[in-house]
Design a protein around this ligand. Structure first.
Ligand code: ADP
Ligand code: MG
Length: 690
């Protein structure tokens, strides 16, 4: 029988739903839902004594509560300290629920904790945490945990369910690790560490303990970080073992196509290209699905290696899917491959979201019927109607750019049992690679093709913009081409667009007689492609673009790159953008226009990009400036982020976890399984290679 549900029980709004949004499905997950930080609620401070600029806990009686409109709708409530009549404090809320108003009724006794600041009506706390208490309610004797939470789930509610989970079943706190894994690292017992983190005792040393907890230096944290890293390593290693047991077709090829391409290329492969190609070729013949990551700095020549791998698969009677994250890049690959493979006995097909219905149907038919041996496109290749019945190899370019959803779609397409080659220009420092890619084989192209002149980088103040425009004019007159990258405006895509359009109009007027093309994210795919083609073909001399050009485009005649407001870009982006020039034989220049004042971080970044050209060194510096959490777009990449461990600071722990994982799998596979079950419970937590 249908029952009318309360508002809080609407689908998506029940407690389990909210917990699910935090990744919590089981009691065990609650136990492992650890605090972000702690508050010290063990003392009360009289309202007359609190000072702005620090957090305090106060207690008082509500003398007024109302909703006001002062620019913004807000709830304000005035507390009066009854021990010290007259001292009052304002509690201010910009987001609030009817419940807030109810609890803050006049006469209620409230305990509030928060940062105090000077407000328009005297001292105030904005969005303090608070409770209604009875007079004389004892203070807690432990630090109060503050958990990561989600909309509509209060800290109090979360604390309650976590405490309940801690008491529910001793098995949830039981030790999974044999002593020989714990002892060398002097790790705390699991149950002790978890309890401590949820309910740290408060005593004279509270402040010091709180600091070591907040900074995650405390031994209790060390234990949890170790466990997390161990689970990650176990998962990746088991993944790898499982793969070794799977079967994939042996694609030895007969060399008939690869030989022709190698003869045709206007260049010889570099030693590094030859080496990685050999690694890939041998993987393809092994009868076990390849999962190889091909790393190489921008411009190191990954595409041709992929093309040769594709031909080997096609020679073996298989289909190949070649995917890129954007249409522009996919189309560029398609054209390049079509040129390289002209007149060879093989059929290509092209598929992207913007294709007209008729051509789309034709492409899909050719793929599904198996006639098209080389399918090039965006992730549209993995839509439901598309089938590649003889798929033998999937190539994913700029794999770190694919979103999590797209990787999952790939996985569901049963790509798991075909050979996979992933390519990435994101140089990954060793600690990250060790941690994230333990389930992949990695090949690195560590050498640039010969004949490149290094790019000269210039830092130029916005005040000298006119000189830069002159430089652009000269380049165009000399028959060379120019990229002009628009400022990144994170707060507003619309503003970014307007800037691009205005800049395009401006340059078109100033650079009379020289065609300026425009490329931005909001253009229709056909228009984007047309603009790009005019630039590739050389008709357009200047390409004004938002950062859409960042990914992989290749126009060797372009020798000048101007990046406006370079101080707003991240290091990875700057490095990728600069990599678009210096591909031909003429001397190339990258002008970084900056505007002052700049933050210290922005200055540090520009210094790094000015002084370095090696992608790995830039990545290392990036890690130092930013910290790994935000490292080079790892966050968007779908690579499993560690919740607790810190890749830079916990390098030693990563190494310990790695060797413990090997030994545990060898000596006590049951303990390994129990450990994984605790940390991941059947969840496919690690997308790893997609
Ligand atoms: P990325 O690794 O950034 O994807 P590309 O594959 O786009 O680099 O290659 C960059 C440019 O270098 C292309 O124009 C490509 O044809 C050229 N190239 C690749 N390998 C060589 C080589 N061995 N010698 C000379 N040029 C090469
Ligand atoms: Mg590329």
């Amino acid at each position: 029988m249908a029952r009318k549900k309360a508002a809080s029980e609407k689908p998506g709004n029940t407690l389990p739903d909210k917990l699910a949004r935090l990744g919590i499905a089981r009691e065990q997950d609650l136990v492992l839902h650890l605090p972000l930080r702690y508050e010290d609620h063990t003392h009360l401070c009289p309202i007359a004594v609190v000072k702005p600029g620090a957090a305090w806990q106060v207690e008082g009686v509500v003398v007024r509560t109302d909703v006001q409109y002062r620019g913004r709708r807000q709830l304000t409530s005035v507390l009066r300290d009854d021990a010290d009549r007259g001292a009052t404090l304002v509690l201010r809320f910009f987001h609030f629920y009817p419940n807030h108003q109810k609890s803050l009724a006049v006469g209620a006794r409230i305990r509030a904790f928060g940062e105090v600041r000077d407000g328009s009506a005297g001292l105030e706390m904005v969005h303090p945490s608070f409770h209604v208490v009875a007079e004389g309610t004892p203070l807690p004797d432990r630090l109060t945990p503050v958990y990561p939470t989600t909309a509509g789930l209060s800290q109090d509610a979360l604390r309650k369910v976590v405490s309940r989970a801690l008491e529910s079943d001793p098995a949830l706190l039981a030790e999974t690790l044999p002593p020989w894994t714990r002892d060398p690292a002097s790790l705390w017992d699991f149950g002790r560490a978890v309890r401590y983190l949820h309910q740290p005792p408060a005593d004279d040393a509270s402040a010091a303990i709180q600091a070591s907890l907040d900074e995650r230096r405390h031994p209790a944290w060390t234990r949890l970080k170790f466990d997390e890293l161990l689970a990650q390593q176990l998962s990746l290693k088991m993944h790898r073992r499982a793969r070794a047991k799977r079967r994939a077709p042996r694609l030895a090829g007969d060399g008939s196509l690869t030989r022709i391409l190698l003869e045709r290329l206007p260049f010889a492969l570099t030693r590094a290209q030859t080496r990685v190609l050999k690694e890939i070729r041998s993987d393809l013949t092994r009868g076990v699905p390849m999962q190889r990551l091909l790393q190489g700095d921008v411009g190191s020549g990954k595409t041709v290696v992929a093309a040769l791998a594709a031909l080997q698969a096609i020679e073996s009677g298989k289909q190949v899917a070649f995917m890129a994250p954007t249409e522009i890049l996919a189309e560029q690959h398609y054209r390049k491959l079509a040129e390289w493979l002209k007149d060879l006995p093989l059929q290509m097909a092209w598929l992207a979201g913007s294709l007209p219905a008729k051509e789309r149907r034709k492409a899909i038919e050719a793929m599904t019927g198996g006639e098209a041996q080389l399918a090039v496109g965006t992730h549209a290749l993995f839509q439901d109607e598309v089938e590649l019945p003889r798929l033998g190899l999937a190539i994913v370019d700029e794999q770190h750019r694919f979103g999590v959803a797209q990787r999952l779609a790939l996985r569901q397409k049963g790509i798991g049992d075909t050979h996979q080659l992933m390519m990435s220009a994101t140089p990954i420092p060793r600690t990250l690679a060790m941690s994230f890619y333990a389930d992949l084989d990695v090949s690195v192209i560590d050498e640039m093709p010969p004949g490149r002149t290094p790019v000269v980088t210039k830092l130029v103040s916005e005040r000298r913009r006119a000189e830069v425009v002159e430089l652009v004019r000269k380049s165009c007159l000399a028959g060379r081409q120019v990229y002009w990258v628009c400022p990144l405006i994170e707060e507003s895509e619309k503003l970014e667009l307007q800037t691009a359009v205005a800049l395009h109009a401006d340059l078109s007027a100033t650079l009379e007689g020289c065609e300026v093309a425009l490329l931005h994210g909001r253009m229709k795919p056909q228009d984007k492609s047309a603009a790009m083609q005019r630039f590739v073909g050389g008709e357009a001399k200047v390409l004004v673009a938002t950062t859409v050009i960042e990914v992989g485009v290749d126009v060797p005649n372009a020798s000048l790159m101007v990046i406006e407001h370079a101080e707003r870009f991240g290091l990875a982006q700057l490095h990728q953008l600069r990599g678009r020039v210096g591909r031909g034989s003429s001397e190339s220049v990258c002008v970084l226009l900056f505007e002052e004042p700049m933050s210290a971080t922005a200055k540090a970044r520009l210094k790094v990009i000015y002084e370095n050209t090696d992608g790995f060194e830039i990545a290392r510096q990036d890690l130092l400036i930013r910290g790994p959490g935000e490292f080079m777009g790892v966050r968007q990449s779908g690579v499993p982020l560690l919740r607790f461990a810190d890749l830079e600071r916990d390098v030693k722990l990563i190494e310990q976890a790695r060797s413990a994982a090997d030994e545990l799998l060898r000596r006590e596979p049951e303990a390994a399984r129990a450990h994984l079950e605790r940390w991941m419970g059947g969840k496919q937590a690690f997308l790893g290679s997609g």
